[in-house]
Write a protein that binds this ligand. Structure first.
Ligand code: NAD
Length: 444
């Protein structure tokens, strides 16, 4: 099939590349000229394992193309995917300006029948808005062209995006036209042929499914973080409680790890957007509101532990920070706990020496740009000399089993704040460390 993907961010670029990998002819469009120029030179603007090689292969095979001009992609397209950002608006709802702007542009430029697919995460009712925007432009032009709007929310995870897209747990398709549904099924068949993982439904339910999936995962995280905070107060160990409850097959082990709260581009904004959707329909979503409040508080739990240990005034203190990205496997720092924790510490006069395998550029140039008191080092051990404490904020594999002897030798004080509960098994107290984790009462 001939496909056009509008928006070449994490979702658009990965989807477009994976579709081309399955033999489709794909054109990826973006308004960001520098992004398209880079992609044309084989430079991938984001870090995602396996993406660079797959892009290079499909560009070489002439299956994957990049352009800033929508009309280049629309010319022969059977399907146009809208995969632009839907950031959080000022009132917490999803900002649909990029989605509707693309819809208007499609309506202005299409010259044959196409299927338009909402792949961005969008509130219930957006497909109708997209349909109206396209129709409005066609009416202005005085032309009649048949088109169908389909909802196909994306469930890939940053850091494992290629794997998730190539072997999805499920593909959700919301469509009200049988032919459009059949075309979408055919498109996804190669990704799901081992057993049918395509779930079809009406458009509104498909739109809702994406928000509910993310809100459910965020709820598990906030629930476990709340449990962790209670464990700490009563002298229970949340790591043991986690294993105790996860062994119940009705509960399961996934997504019940305590930590420094969820971040990233999706959970925070999608939980907020779902809250807003409920409120706009005169329903007060108490549980969803609590999920968000618990998370906001959790992001600063590590900072508060540090303040309790070192005092309100942190001037003269140096902290080594391992990990800036909101999770391992990505350079994405959107809403990362590291942003909040580091800002809190430097506000109190601390000096930060940070290292992250992939997110240091993002930190320096965007998320902690201009924040004084931070320096970036080129390895994890380079951060620790003279550190009053080490703070682990992202559980990258390279941080999971460090040389504690070397750490102890280099650090000013052998103190570790583990914001991801990675080192509990290493008996750090016996090795002479003061060790703090989430949801476990500290033993000095
Ligand atoms: P992103 O910000 O990384 O990329 C969006 C891209 O769209 C940018 O490159 C931007 O320049 C481009 N764009 C904006 N307006 C445009 C226009 N008019 N024409 C062409 N390009 C335009 O966003 P993302 O992380 O890929 O997310 C896209 C959507 O997918 C969002 O709705 C998000 O919630 C959803 N989603 C994201 C993930 C994820 O892990 N990142 C997972 C599932 C779903």
């Amino acid at each position: 099939m001939n496909l056009t993907v509008v928006g070449t961010g994490y979702v658009g670029l990965v989807s477009g590349t994976c579709f081309s990998e399955m033999g489709n002819n794909v054109t990826c469009i973006d308004v960001d000229k520098s992004k398209i120029e880079k992609l044309r030179k084989g430079i991938i603007p984001i870090f995602e394992p396996g993406l660079e090689a797959m892009v290079a292969k499909n560009v070489a095979n002439n299956c994957l193309h990049f352009s800033t001009e929508l009309k280049d992609g629309l010319k022969n397209a059977d399907i146009v995917f809208i995969a632009v950002g839907t950031p959080m608006g000022e009132d917490g709802s999803a900002d649909l300006q990029y989605v509707t702007s693309v819809a208007h542009q499609i309506g202005r430029e299409m010259d044959h029948s196409v299927i338009v697919v909402d792949k961005s995460t969008v509130p219930v009712g957006t497909a109708e808005k997209v349909r109206d925007a396209i129709q409005e432009e066609l009416d202005k032009r005085g032309v009649k062209i048949e088109f169908h709007v389909v909802s196909n929310p994306e469930f890939l995870k940053e850091g494992a995006a290629i794997e998730d897209f190539m072997k999805p747990d499920r593909v959700v398709i919301g469509a009200e036209n049988e032919i459009a549904m059949k075309v979408m099924r055919d498109l996804y068949h190669p990704f799901t042929h081992s057993h049918d993982r395509i779930i079809t439904m009406d458009i509104r339910s498909a739109e809702m499914t994406k928000y509910v999936a993310n809100a459910m995962l965020a709820t598990k995280i906030s629930f476990m973080n709340e449990v962790a905070n209670i464990c700490e107060l009563v002298g229970a160990d949340v790591n043991k409680v986690r294993i105790g409850i996860g062994s119940d097959s009705r509960i399961g082990y996934s997504f019940i790890y305590p930590g420094s709260g969820y971040g990233g581009s999706c959970f925070p904004k999608d939980v907020k957007a779902l809250k807003k959707i409920a409120q706009e329909n005169n329903y007060e979503p108490e549980l969803i509101k609590a999920v968000e409040e618990v998370n906001d508080r959790q992001k600063l739990v590590v900072a508060h532990k540090i303040i309790r240990r070192f005092g309100e005034d942190l001037s003269g203190k140096t902290f080594a920070v391992w990990g800036l990205a909101f999770k391992p496997g990505t350079d994405d720092m959107r809403e990362a706990p590291a942003i909040y924790i580091i800002k809190e510490l430097v506000k109190r006069g601390a000096t930060i020496k940070a290292y992250d395998p992939k997110a240091m550029d993002e930190s320096q140039h965007f998320y902690l740009k201009g924040v004084k008191g931070i320096s970036y080092l080129n390895s994890k051990y380079a951060c620790v000399p003279d550190a009053d404490a080490l703070i682990l904020l992202t559980e990258w594999k390279e941080f999971r089993s460090p040389d504690f002897g070397e750490l102890k030798e280099k650090m000013k004080l052998p103190i570790i704040f583990d914001g991801r509960n990675q080192y509990g098994v290493f008996n750090l107290e016996e090795k002479g460390f003061e060790y703090y984790q989430i949801g476990v009462k500290n033993v000095k």
